[in-house]
Every structure is written in C-alpha cells, then in structure tokens.
Design a protein around this ligand. Structure first.
Ligand code: SF4
Length: 480
C-alpha cells in the first residue's frame, strides 16, 4: 500500500463536524503488528513521517481530549494511523467518545487484526461506526503469507460478523503480484456475499525505496486487474472499483460505477453504466459536479431526480431516502446512521475537481497570459491533454499541459499525490528549456499539505526556481 492523501472512494461521506471530532482526538490506533509484503512503510524514505505510533490512547486521555473538544478547544493531535484494534483500550475509548458525541460517525481503517466477534458485537452497540477493512484475501494461508498475520482466521471471520451484526464496512484488496487473480476474485465474492458497502482494489504500486520490488509490467498487470473487476461487476451486487481510479477510467465522465445494496439508487433500479445527464434539473457536465449535486446541502436531503442515458435511452429515476436515523437500510444506511452525504447509494469514481480551474480562469481574465504551463501527473497527463484538445476550459490563450514524473519516489509511482517540490521544479526546468519561460505556471495543490510536500520541502522552492508567476491550486484533487 502507498500513502495517499485524502483519497477515499467509499460512498459514505460523513458530516464534516462528525469526522472532525473523532479526528481531533488523534489516532486511537497503535503500532500495526503485521508485516505486509506491500506495506507503505517499506516504500517511504526516512524523511516521510509514517504511522509508527508508539503511545497508546487510554480512556483517561480520551476523556480529557473530549472535554476540551466539547468546550470548543482544538487540541493538537497526532493523526498517524496504525491498527485500531491492536489498542486494547479501543472499545473503552469509543465508549468515552460516545458519552460526549452520541451521533458522530466513527470511521476506522483496519486490517481486521484483533477484530473478534466480541468486538464486532460491541461496535454494533456503538453505532454509527464504519469500517474500511483491508482484508486483501479471504484465504487464511495466503493472508498468513502476504501479511504475516499470525491469526488470519480472525480477520476473515470478522467480515462475516460485521454482516451478522449489521455493522457497515467496505473491503480493500491490495492486488500485490503475490496474489493470484482467482484469489482476488474469490475475495471480492466473499466480501460481496457479506454485504460490503463497496470493494476497492488497490492496483500494485511501489516506490524506489522498497527493499523488494516485484518484477512486473505495471500497465499489463493493472489492465488485467481492471478487466477482472469489469467482469465481476456483472456477477456481484457490491460496487467494485480500483485505485488509482483514473487508470483505465475517465476522471471526467459521470458514469455510475455501481449502486449500494438497499439504497434509494438500488430501489429505483439505477444501474452500473448509467450515464448521468441531469440531477434535479441541472445538466451534468462532468463527474465531480455530479458528486457535488448528490451531496449538496442546499438541495433536499432525502430526494433527488436523476435523468440518465441507459444504452442510448433517456430514463428518469427518483431517489428517495426513507425514514430518519432509526430507519434500517443496512448496509446503505444502518439504524443509527444519518443518510446525509451517502449519495443515495450512487457509487461514482472520485473525479477530478474541474471547478478549481475557475481560479485559473479568473486570473487569466484579469491578466491574460501569453503561455500558461499546467502541470499534472504522468498517469493523468493524456486525459488532461485530451480535455484541453476538446475544449478550452481556461478560455483563449496558449496552454501547455505537461507531466511531472515522480522522480523522487520513483518505482512505478505516477500520481500527483506523491509528487514533491523537486519533481515539479525539474518539470518546470525541462519545459522552460524547450519552450522558454511561460507567463503562468499552474501546480496541483494535492502534492502539498500546509504548504509543504511529503518530505517537508516548502512550495517556495518552486516559486524561487522560475521567474514565471506560480499558481498553486488550493483544492486537494486537481489534475493529479
Ligand atoms: S496492515 Fe497496513 S500498516 Fe499494517 S503492515 Fe499491512 S500495510 Fe502496513
């Protein structure tokens, strides 16, 4: 697994305040006891702060933090994530949190280690909770081999218990080359049989820092996996997707990937492959716009009218959330959960946020530039170039779209989340050597957090490397 910032394609988008308060406590997890062949810790250089967490949060500490948060203070916290269920205090910690914030959804990312039936049963009484389970395989011997899990049966049985106790979860599979395609297919079927909300396949990726780099052809391997997923989508009811989502799928097209069981979308007969044309009368132009329309707060919380193109026919469907928190539509909206932000069970890939290009358009309207250099990732560059060839989303003026290779992290990494400032400086130097200095350089903000990249270098390193004006787009996921 590799570290990604802010990426989640599970359909449950919780209320911002709820996520914030659980997050403000700092991680309730502790050092992960497993040693996966593909663990992202293995692929990080020493400069990157990783989730090796030493201190255990105890109920006493959680109570103190909850008191501060309830009083309107924002304690400094450590948000590094290890393994939640390796913390022996985890259930007591949640109970303390519940005393203060009874309705906040609590999200866990877990390998399933330590997720025994007793703990699942307890979680069922502490709803709303949501788990993202990195199961990877439903075969005990394989899990023992690739994750070095001494008790693989616990995590595999946890999926069954989550279903039995009606605790919602999504499943993740890191499709490392050590996993057979048949094993991946069987794991998808296992997660589907136990009513996962969604299933995500992480296409295998490694950095140059990996001590062992498996010898595989990246695009051939990724293509085989996306082909497998497309085939399985005809067989299973659970939405299945992959990451990076913009490999072999458009980051712009508003096409339904799947529908969550027992959701308004499932009841209305929405189908994978339906292309969204209108949402509540507003024309859908691109994917991220559709996502925003589905969760928009100024529209009704409980209904949407969708018009879709289904195999060339225009079809309208009404999506209606039934009942409030007490209503049980497991797994879409279990009892105790809010329907807000669940996108009515419509499962979309996470698209690129073209709204953010408005910042560039406004800047160019004020002061037109002779040439604008727009930097993007190696993986996404062909699609961004195609977009600019079809339309001029920034208005008139010359725009050069250029990929910044991930030289620092290396390996087969091709995404913007793992670009660092030195990669971007190098791409600017190459462009300027070939085309001269542009007037404006647009850099994706997803490579930076609080003005620094993953290794701590500031964005000012880019600004001082060129005489052009540099515009770092503030939104998280643009052109990456
Ligand atoms: S479960 Fe996650 S953190 Fe733990 S070893 Fe595996 S990849 Fe690393």
């Amino acid at each position: 697994m590799r570290p990604l910032r802010g990426e989640s394609n599970r359909p449950v988008t919780t209320e911002a305040g709820a996520v914030g308060r659980w997050g403000m406590l700092g991680s309730m997890s502790t050092r992960c006891p497993l040693h996966c062949d593909f663990c992202y810790h293995l692929g990080n250089p020493p400069e990157v702060i990783t989730g090796r967490i030493a201190s255990l949060k105890t109920p006493h500490m959680v109570r103190e933090l909850c008191r501060q948060i309830a009083a309107g203070n924002y304690p400094a916290f450590d948000d590094r994530v290890g393994e939640y269920f390796a913390n022996p205090h985890i259930l007591d910690n949640i109970r303390v949190f519940r005393e203060y914030f009874p309705d906040d959804q609590i999200d866990f990312t877990t390998s399933g280690f330590g997720l025994t039936e007793d703990r699942v049963a307890a979680l069922a009484t502490l709803q709303p909770v949501f788990l993202q389970v990195s199961l990877n395989t439903a075969d005990a011997a394989t899990r023992r081999r690739i994750m070095k899990d001494p008790m693989p049966e616990v995590a595999i049985a946890a999926i069954r218990h989550l279903c039995d106790y009606r605790v919602p979860f999504s499943g993740t599979i890191v499709a490392w080359p050590g996993l057979e395609l048949d094993d991946i297919a069987n794991t998808i079927r296992y997660l589907d049989a136990h009513q996962a909300v969604s299933i995500k396949i992480n296409l295998p990726s490694y950095t140059r820092f990996f001590p062992i780099s498996e010898d595989f052809d990246t695009f051939e391997t990724w293509s085989r996996l996306t082909e497998l997923v497309r085939g399985l989508r005809r067989e299973v009811a659970t939405p299945v997707t992959w990451e990076p989502y913009f490999f072999d799928a458009s980051p712009f097209d508003a096409v339904v990937v799947g529908v969550v069981r027992n959701s308004p979308a499932a009841r209305a007969g929405l189908r994978p492959g339906d292309r969204l044309l209108e949402i509540d009368g507003e024309t859908v132009v691109f994917l991220e716009q559709a996502r925003r329309l589905l969760i928009r707060r100024d529209l009704a919380d409980d209904r949407r009218r969708l018009t879709v193109d289904r195999d060339g026919c225009v079809v309208s469907v009404d999506l209606v959330e039934e009942g409030g928190r007490d209503h049980d539509d497991y797994p879409h909206k279990p009892r105790g959960h809010s329907a807000v932000g669940r996108m009515f069970g419509v499962f979309l890939h996470q698209g690129l946020d073209l709204f953010a290009l408005g910042q560039v358009r406004r800047r160019l309207a004020e002061r037109p530039a002779g040439r604008t250099l727009l930097l993007t990732s190696t993986l996404l560059a062909p699609q961004v170039e195609a977009l600019f060839a079809m339309a001029a989303p920034l208005g008139p003026g010359e725009v050069t779209v250029s990929a910044a290779p991930n030289r620092y992290f290396g390996g087969n990494v091709m995404i913007g989340d793992l670009l660092v400032a030195s990669d971007i400086v190098e791409a600017i130097r190459l462009d300027e050597a070939a085309h001269g200095t542009p007037d404006l350089i647009v850099v994706p903000g997803s490579s930076f957090n609080d003005g620094r990249d993953l290794v701590g270098a500031p964005t000012s390193d880019i600004v001082t490397a060129t005489s052009a004006e540099v515009m770092i787009l503030s939104n998280a996921r643009i052109l990456v």
